[in-house]
Every structure is written in structure tokens, then in C-alpha cells.
Design a protein around this ligand. Structure first.
Ligand SMILES: *Cc1c(COP(=O)(O)O)cnc(C)c1O
Length: 454
């Protein structure tokens, strides 16, 4: 039997692609990468791409950060692996928990580690179910999230995710309720102001709680800015409108900061950018600047105390992953937090975010087919429309955003198609020149594709 020869054919033959548009990959072949330089990645044919997606939002320090690699190597030499069961854990794990609570918005708190963002959300749900049952409310199990939310792919986190593609798995599970996505541009009604729209979102929440019964709802999860939903910042005053309702009904609010955490919105946390205090934070992706699979649940003071009391009652929290709190992951995370916060990366986001917004806005203004620019910090999306005035989308069969992203790839720029939008979330190390390269290539691709389809 002949084995396939090219990298693309070998990828096709033996790998099952996840979250990949198969028609595109069948036509074009997979891009097989060997290494990176700053915000660029390089493929097996030596082609360089500016990765305006930071890998998958997470490689915020670029693809060859020496200090991070050295922290990993040093820890691999010293103590290359351990778990966090049976009252044992590595010194790095102790230090990272301390650090995470210190940089969190919580005066006191506790940290629990997982290997991914999905597992961190799953863990949080189990914590809530366990906590409520322990407090005499075993029926308090329903989970509220929003349409378009992305919370992961495990059975529970996929049920929290508000995307229609989960129907192929027979998900969501019962008891996972999706509220309206607070996207004013798309979901606002004729003549409705943004403040009225926000008030409607808050009313929907309150009506849902009253209909279902507050005593059946375990928690509410939200990303400060929806990421994989297409970079959707909340409508004005959204969190200020919903938090008091959740509080009144004793429903914990969990901020899924897997994308927003550690600098993406310009501050350490998205909840700081949008000025609210959640009951817990979910972190992953940027936590290790993408160098190690790791997630964390960071509990605020109230949930920490209540969960601790619930655990004391049964003497043991029966949950954990073999690699929870892995010493190498923790050492990398400690270094990543230092790099992002103290080596100028978060500052670079703050400094260049207005420039990024202005450049993208200029591209939108020159185009007849970009209906909305939305985002904050270093996370932005341009929404393609057939008609700007009526916001009419292009026919789905045209696969406009896939074509734009594929054309960008041909030009040496990686960006992501999401629905009918193009998402740009570059590494925090991006320079002004590299930003201009991103603008140029993106605009070339937009012009080419819109000329073909419009
Ligand atoms: C990526 C993501 C997750 C899931 O993280 P994984 O590590 O892929 O499991 C959860 N929540 C948000 C907001 C994410 O962006």
C-alpha cells in the first residue's frame, strides 16, 4: 500500500479535523506549520503568515517567546510532572493559586485547576450543583447562558454554548437555558434605543427566572465579550442591568474570561473593562499564553466559603483531573502572567487598541459590504453584509467569510471566519508595522471577494 507523500495528504489521511470547513480543506489542503516568529507562523513550505488570531486567541506573547520557553524548560528539569490529589501539590501550584487570587478582583478566593476552558466550565457547574445540594437545594440545577455564547465542547460546556451546531450531538441537555444575545446592532428592534434594548434583555432575564423559578437555577454564565460568537461586546449597561437581578434571586454570576482574561480587552479581566464583579472567574487560553493546556476556576469569597463548608461536611471534594495544577503548566502560567502584565504586553494592547479600531473603521468606511465593526482592546470583528443600509446578510451558500479568510491565507494573513464576520485578535506583541500589514492584506482580500460576490 502506498502511503500519501505530501504533508497535506498525510494530514488528510490520518487526522480527523475539528471545527474545520471541509470543502475549503478538500480544495486547498491543510496548512501544516513548523514554527513561529513573533506573531508569524511558518508552514512546511516556508510560507510565513501573520497570525491575526493568536493561534486560537491564546498565543498572546507570540510564537517564540524565549522567557516562556525557558520557564518551561527549567521546570521540566526540576520537577516535570505531578498531580494535586491526596493533599499533595507542587510548589508552583501553590504559587500560581496565590498569584491568581492576588490579580483577581476578589479580596479572598480559591483556585481549582483543569486542563482546558471546557473542563473549567464543567467543573464550575459541578461545584454549583454540589454546593446547592449541600445547602439543601438539590433542585437548583438549571444553567442560564446566552445564544451565541461559547463555553466549550464537553457535554456540559457544549450545552452551555449557544450554537446550533450542537444539535448534531442531541445537545443541549435539559435544563440549559439560552437567553437572547445582547447584540444591539443585530437584535435591536426597529426604533429601539440601545438602552431600551438593554432593559429588554434584563426583563427577559427576570421573566425567565420567574417562569423557571429562582430555586431551580444554579447559575448564570457569561463571557464579558462573546468571543467565538463573533466578538460581541455587551450592549450599553448590560452587566449593570442584569447583575442586580441575579443577586436578588440568589443566582451566582460566573464570568467566563477564557478569552477576555489577561489583557485581551485592555485590562487584566473583561469584568474590569465592563465594571462588574462576578462570583467566580473561568480562565484558560491566555493563562499560559498558549504554551500549556490549562484552565482554572477562580472562586470569589462567597462561593469559596460556601464550597469549602460543603466540602468539610463530606470531608472530600470528589473531583479533579490527573494533570490538574501540573507544575510545568503552573510555572509557565506564573511566567506568562508576569510577561503579559509586567513586560509591556498588556500596555501594548492599551496603546494600540485605538489604532486598531481606527484602521478597521477606515476599512469599513471604504467598503460597501462591511455592516458593523465591533470589539474592544485586541479583539475585533467586521461583519460582512450584502446591503449596508438594511443589514441584509449575504446568501449563506456564498460562504463569504470563508472566502475572505481563505484569500487572506493566500496573502499570508490568518484571520477567522465566524458566521458572516471576520475576526481579528492578534498577539499582544504586534507592532505598528505588523498592524499595517494586517490592514493591507485584509483590505485586499475584502475587495477581491466582494468584487466576486456582489
Ligand atoms: C475557548 C473557550 C472555552 C473552551 O476552552 P477549551 O480550552 O477549548 O476547552 C470556554 N470559554 C470560552 C469563552 C472560550 O473562548
Amino acid at each position: 500500500m502506498n502511503k500519501p507523500q505530501s504533508w497535506e495528504a498525510r494530514a488528510d489521511e490520518y487526522s480527523l479535523y475539528g471545527f474545520t470547513d471541509l470543502p475549503s480543506v478538500h480544495k486547498r489542503g491543510a496548512v501544516v506549520l513548523t514554527h513561529g516568529e513573533g506573531p508569524y507562523v511558518v508552514d512546511v513550505n516556508g510560507r510565513r503568515y501573520l497570525d491575526a488570531n493568536s493561534g486560537l486567541w491564546n498565543m498572546v506573547a507570540g510564537f517564540d517567546h524565549k522567557g516562556l520557553a525557558e520557564a518551561a524548560k527549567a521546570q521540566y528539569d526540576k520537577f516535570p510532572g505531578y498531580h494535586a490529589f491526596f493533599g499533595r501539590m507542587s510548589d508552583q501550584t501553590v504559587m500560581l493559586s496565590e498569584k491568581l487570587v492576588e490579580v483577581s478582583p476578589f479580596p479572598n478566593g480559591k483556585v481549582f485547576y483543569t486542563n482546558s476552558g471546557s473542563e473549567a466550565n464543567d467543573t464550575m457547574v459541578k461545584m454549583l450543583w454540589f454546593l446547592h445540594a449541600s445547602e439543601g437545594n438539590p433542585q437548583k440545577r438549571k444553567i442560564l447562558t446566552r445564544v451565541n455564547a461559547y463555553h466549550g465542547v464537553t457535554v456540559v460546556s457544549a450545552s452551555m454554548t449557544g450554537k446550533p451546531y450542537n444539535e448534531v450531538f442531541g445537545l443541549p441537555l435539559d435544563g440549559f437555558i439560552h437567553l437572547t444575545c445582547p447584540h444591539y446592532w443585530r437584535n435591536g428592534e426597529e426604533g429601539e434605543t440601545e438602552d431600551e434594548f438593554t432593559a429588554r434583555m434584563a426583563r427577559e432575564l427576570e421573566e425567565t427566572i420567574e417562569r423557571e423559578g429562582a430555586d431551580t437555577i444554579a447559575g448564570f454564565f457569561a463571557e464579558p465579550v462573546m468571543g467565538a460568537g463573533g466578538v460581541i461586546p455587551p450592549s450599553s449597561g448590560y452587566f449593570q442591568a442584569i447583575l442586580p437581578i441575579l443577586k436578588k434571586h440568589d443566582i451566582p454570576m460566573i464570568s467566563d474570561e477564557v478569552i477576555c482574561g489577561f489583557g485581551r480587552t485592555g485590562n487584566t479581566w473583561g469584568c474590569q473593562t465592563y465594571d462588574f464583579t462576578p462570583d467566580a472567574i473561568i480562565s484558560s487560553k491566555n493563562l499560559t499564553a498558549g504554551l500549556f493546556p490549562m484552565g482554572a476556576v477562580i472562586l470569589g469569597p462567597d462561593l469559596s466559603e460556601r464550597l469549602q463548608a460543603a466540602i468539610e461536611k463530606i470531608e472530600e471534594f470528589p473531583h479533579g483531573f490527573t494533570a490538574s495544577g501540573h507544575p510545568v503548566g503552573c510555572a509557565i502560567a506564573l511566567k506568562a502572567i508576569d510577561v503579559v502584565m509586567n513586560e509591556g504586553l498588556a500596555d501594548n494592547v492599551q496603546r494600540l487598541a485605538p489604532r486598531m479600531e481606527a484602521g478597521l473603521r477606515a476599512i469599513m468606511d471604504r467598503s460597501d459590504h462591511i455592516g458593523e465593526l465591533r470589539g474592544i482592546g485586541f479583539m475585533w470583528a467586521l461583519e460582512a453584509v450584502k446591503d449596508k443600509a438594511t443589514k441584509t446578510p449575504f446568501d449563506g451558500d456564498l460562504s463569504v467569510s470563508e472566502r475572505i479568510a481563505n484569500t487572506c491565507t493566500d496573502l499570508g494573513l490568518i484571520c477567522r471566519p465566524l458566521g458572516q464576520s471576520i475576526v481579528l485578535c492578534p498577539p499582544f506583541v504586534l507592532t505598528e508595522d505588523q498592524m499595517d500589514e494586517m490592514f493591507d492584506k485584509l483590505e485586499q482580500a475584502l475587495n477581491k471577494v466582494f468584487a466576486e460576490v456582489a
